[in-house]
Design a protein around this ligand. Structure first.
Ligand SMILES: Cc1ncc(COP(=O)(O)O)c(C=O)c1O
Length: 384
C-alpha cells in the first residue's frame, strides 16, 4: 500500500492543503464513527458500559500509546492533557526536599509546562537555553529535569540520552515531553531510560483533544506516590475505603472519572500510526521536510528549523517577510499551516501529504510575498 492510499481516510485532505499536523493532525473518518459508537454504547448499555470497558480505557488506550512510544504494557495512562500529566509526575515529589528543590528547565519547552513549575513556591526553576546547557546545569540540588524531545517552536530534536545520563548520575528525574515526536519521530522511552514521558494526541497521532498521556518507568511506578491522584488510583476503587492504598503500576497515576468520549475518538488515529509504522512515517517525513527546505532555499527564504536530518523533527519553519500576514493569506487559500512569533511559518506534512501539495504550498508562499497579496492582512492577529 502506498502512503497516499491513506488519504481517503482523512476527509479534510479533499478540501484543503493540510500542513498543520504539528498542531492538529487531520481527523481519520473512523473517529466520527467511534464517537457515534460511544453515544450508542451510552444509550444502549447505560451503567453497564463502565464494566464493559469504559472504566479501564485510560489503561487500555494508554497501552496503545505505549506501543507507539516503546513503553511496556501497563506503564502508560491517559489524561486530559500534558499540564495534568506533568502535574501528576511533579506531585510525586511533594513535599519537596529543600536541599533538592531545583528544576533545570529547558527554555524551549512548551510554555504551559513552564507556568506549572513557576507556580510552585517550593521549587527553584533554573531556565537554560539548550540541551548542552541542561547537562551542565544539573547537579546534586536538581530534583527534576523537564525537557522536550522535539521543540515546538523550532522543531529541533534534543539529545535526550545525554541529559538522562547526567540526571541519573546525581539522582534527578527526567520528564520528557514527547508531544511533538510521538507519531512522527521514532521514540523509545525504554531505551532512552527517561523516568517519565508526557504527550498528547492532538498532533501527529491524529487522536484529537482530551487525550494526553503519561508514561512512568515501571520500577519507579511501584515506589512513587503521587499526591495529585483520585479514586481511580486506589487499589480497590469500588470498595470506597476511607484510607488510601495505591494501585499497583501505572494505575496509581490516574485521577477521577475518565474522559470516555475523547478516548473513543483517539484510537483510529493510533491504529493508522501503528499500521503505517513510525519508521516509515519518519523516512517519508525526512524526505518531505527536505523538499520544503529546498523550496524555501529556491525562493530565497530563511529556514528557522534545523537542516540537519538528525536534529530535524516533523516541522519546517520558513521565515518570510511579514510571515504573520502571509500565513493569513495562505489560510484564505485553504493552505492550512500556522506561525509562531519570532520563528516563522510552520509547515508540518504527515504521511498522507503529497509532494505536489508541498510544491503547491511553496509556490503559493513565493507568489504571495512577490505580489504583496498578504499586505491587506498586516496588523491582523491570528490566534491559531
Ligand atoms: C511540546 C508540547 N507540549 C505540550 C503541548 C500542549 O500541552 P497541553 O496538553 O497541556 O495543552 C504542546 C502543544 O500544544 C506542545 O507542542
Amino acid at each position: 500500500m502506498e502512503l497516499t492510499d491513506y488519504r481517503a481516510q482523512f476527509p479534510i485532505l479533499g478540501e484543503t492543503t493540510y500542513l498543520i499536523n504539528h498542531s492538529l493532525g487531520a481527523m481519520p473518518a473512523r473517529a466520527e464513527e467511534r464517537v457515534a459508537e460511544y453515544a450508542h454504547t451510552w444509550k444502549t448499555r447505560g451503567i453497564r458500559a463502565w464494566a464493559e470497558g469504559w472504566w479501564t480505557m485510560p489503561l487500555t488506550v494508554g497501552d496503545q500509546i505505549g506501543r507507539i512510544i516503546g513503553a511496556p504494557a501497563g506503564s502508560t495512562v491517559m489524561h486530559q492533557n500534558v499540564a495534568i500529566a506533568e502535574a501528576i509526575a511533579l506531585s510525586c515529589f511533594h513535599p519537596v526536599d529543600p536541599l533538592r528543590n531545583r528544576v533545570v528547565y529547558e527554555e524551549g519547552n512548551f510554555p504551559s509546562v513552564r507556568y506549572l513549575y513557576q507556580a510552585q513556591p517550593d521549587l527553584e526553576v533554573v531556565v537554560v537555553p539548550d540541551d548542552d546547557a541542561i547537562v551542565d546545569a544539573i547537579d546534586e540540588r536538581t530534583l527534576l529535569v523537564p525537557i522536550t524531545h522535539v521543540l515546538f517552536k523550532t522543531g529541533e530534536i534534543q539529545d535526550v540520552a545525554a541529559i538522562v545520563r547526567r540526571a541519573h548520575e546525581v539522582g534527578a528525574h527526567v520528564i520528557l515531553d514527547a508531544y511533538q515526536s510521538a507519531g512522527i519521530v521514532p521514540l523509545d522511552v525504554t531505551a532512552l531510560n527517561v523516568d517519565f514521558a508526557v504527550g498528547g494526541s492532538v498532533k501527529w497521532l491524529c487522536g484529537g483533544p482530551g487525550n494526553g498521556w503519561l508514561y512512568v518507568r515501571p520500577d519507579l511506578a511501584e515506589v512513587l506516590e503521587p499526591t495529585f491522584m483520585g479514586w481511580q488510583a486506589h487499589a480497590r476503587p469500588f470498595a470506597f475505603e476511607p484510607e488510601l492504598e495505591y494501585a499497583d503500576g501505572a494505575a496509581r497515576f490516574l485521577t477521577g472519572t475518565p474522559n470516555v468520549p475523547a478516548l473513543y475518538a483517539a484510537t483510529p488515529g493510533y491504529d493508522l500510526i501503528e499500521e503505517v509504522g513510525v519508521e516509515t512515517i519518519r523516512a517519508n517525513s525526512l524526505r518531505q521536510t527536505q523538499l520544503l527546505i529546498d523550496l524555501a532555499d529556491a525562493a530565497g527564504f530563511d529556514v528557522a528549523s534545523p537542516r540537519d536530518p538528525a536534529r530535524r523533527g516533523g516541522t519546517v519553519t520558513i521565515r518570510t517577510p511579514e510571515f504573520e500576514a502571509v500565513h493569513k493569506e495562505l489560510s484564505e487559500r485553504a493552505i492550512l499551516c500556522d506561525f509562531r512569533p519570532d520563528a516563522g511559518i510552520r509547515l508540518g506534512p504527515h504521511f498522507y501529504t503529497t509532494d505536489e501539495e508541498l510544491r503547491y504550498a511553496g509556490s503559493q508562499i513565493a507568489e504571495i510575498v512577490a505580489s504583496g497579496a498578504h499586505e491587506k492582512h498586516l496588523g491582523a492577529v491570528a490566534r491559531f
